[in-house]
Ligand binder design. Structure first.
Ligand code: NIG
Ligand code: FE
Length: 413
């Protein structure tokens, strides 16, 4: 038996809940002063005030004194593309010089540039880079991360990327949740034949992904000049029929109707949503689709931010994630996301924390096992250096993380 007690926390912020918090509920964090939490064999078995810790439990246990500190659930980064070969630093420079993301993409840069470099990278190289990137995310307090394929666009490389994530999930202490994003861009040899590309993804690659049990989710880039709503729908329905859950890159640059599609097919989340319509938002509320907002991408592409305030006022469950990728948003920085959400998206500190914990978990359909400090959930906890959670956004752009605990084990100190 392995038991860990964290006690004397100035604030134990539980974020308590077993499903996404919608709208106004996002402001409820549930803060316990002089808090304590006990993790046994990886799972939370007791939460309360330090003086109430049952004596019998205190006898055999490793103890961490969190005096003057704040304890939070581990952050859940529910949207990333962290497995890729090569980099696109030249494109970043072009963007600074005034070229926009879609123009660069039309010139053969963009996603297909990373595709070439990922096709050329070995499994070992991708694993090595992946481990380093996970270490960096962990230092920001992330304990679960979603990762997408989509820099393959062919059978071998899509499978390679997903196998890398499987290996990383085994090797790294963090949990990696894999998403098949075969329909991420149109490869050059399929230009003008997008339907044929979707057909091969559905009939050739998807069965292999499912057969090898390599993905939990399927995602598509539903965007003008990439895949239409109809093509996205075909891909996602086929994936759902094979047992994968759906996510969508929706209404990022043009209001195409991705939010509406997410509601129609019962996607777990729709992501980006900078241009989502009021009808789309309403439909998502009714169907309990999580809105995953990615302010790092809007920041890096100099786009307007998603309408987080309107979405929460309409009753949506909002999650925040980094969208870490080599093109539109090369950052895994949680402090940056927190700064953007609180300063530029009109999200309260409490809403921002909910969006990165419980609602991030809900965006991965995992709100029953992670995302809050509740009895029965995984013991994924982060100790922050200050006595109140309000320091987390206040220390702008700098991490406040001191210790990261995954399933009751200290993994970063
Ligand atoms: O979420 N929008 C599409 N996919 C990524 C960008 C990936 C890339 O540029 O490499 C995104 O922003
Ligand atoms: Fe993305």
């Amino acid at each position: 038996m392995n038991r860990l007690i964290i006690k004397n926390a100035s604030q134990l912020v539980t974020c308590s809940g077993f499903k996404a918090k919608k709208g106004k509920e996002m402001n409820q964090l549930h803060v316990i002063g002089n808090g304590a939490v006990i993790v046994e064999d990886g799972h939370i078995m007791w939460v309360g005030k330090t003086p109430d810790i049952p004596r019998r439990l205190e006898k055999v246990a490793e103890t961490i004194d969190a005096t003057g500190k704040t304890v939070l659930p581990g952050f859940v980064d529910s949207h990333t593309h962290f497995v890729f070969g090569g980099y696109r630093e030249e494109e970043y420079a072009w963007r600074l010089a005034g070229h926009d993301y879609m123009t660069i993409m039309e010139k053969g840069g963009g996603i297909v540039n990373s595709v070439k470099q990922t096709q050329g990278a070995s499994l070992d190289e991708l694993i090595r880079k992946g481990m380093k990137r996970l270490d960096s995310m962990m230092s920001f307090g992330v304990t679960t991360v979603e990762g997408k394929s989509g820099y393959g666009l062919d059978m071998d490389t899509e499978i390679k990327q997903l196998q890398v994530m499987k290996k990383l999930n085994d090797r790294h202490k963090m949990d990696v949740i894999p998403t098949f994003l075969g329909a991420h861009a149109v490869p050059i040899n399929y230009k003008g034949r997008e339907d044929a590309f979707i057909d091969t993804m559905i009939h050739d690659v998807l069965p292999e992904v499912v057969g090898q049990n390599l993905a939990v989710f399927c995602d598509v880039f539903c965007e003008k000049g990439v895949f239409t709503v109809e093509q996205s729908k075909r891909m996602l329905l086929a994936a759902q029929a094979k047992g994968l859950k759906a996510k969508i890159h929706a209404d990022e640059i043009v209001p195409l109707g991705g939010a509406e599609l997410a509601a129609e097919i019962g996607a777990v989340s729709a992501d980006h949503l900078l241009m989502a319509s009021d009808e789309g938002i309403k439909a998502m509320v009714e169907q309990n689709v999580v809105a995953t907002l990615l302010p790092g991408t809007a920041f890096s592409l100099k786009e307007d931010y998603a309408r987080a305030r309107d979405m929460m006022d309409a009753g949506l469950a909002v999650a925040l994630a980094t969208d870490f990728n080599p093109g539109s948003c090369f950052t895994e920085s949680i402090p940056l996301i927190i700064a953007l959400a609180t300063l530029y998206m009109n999200m309260s500190i409490e809403e921002t924390i909910t969006a990165l914990t419980l609602n991030g978990a809900a965006a991965l359909d995992l709100a029953d096992t992670i995302g809050s400090i509740d009895v029965g959930k995984k013991g994924d906890l982060v100790i922050h250096e200050f006595p109140s959670y309000k320091f987390i956004p206040y220390h702008i752009g700098v991490t406040t993380v001191e210790k990261v605990i995954k399933e009751g084990q200290v993994i970063f100190d």
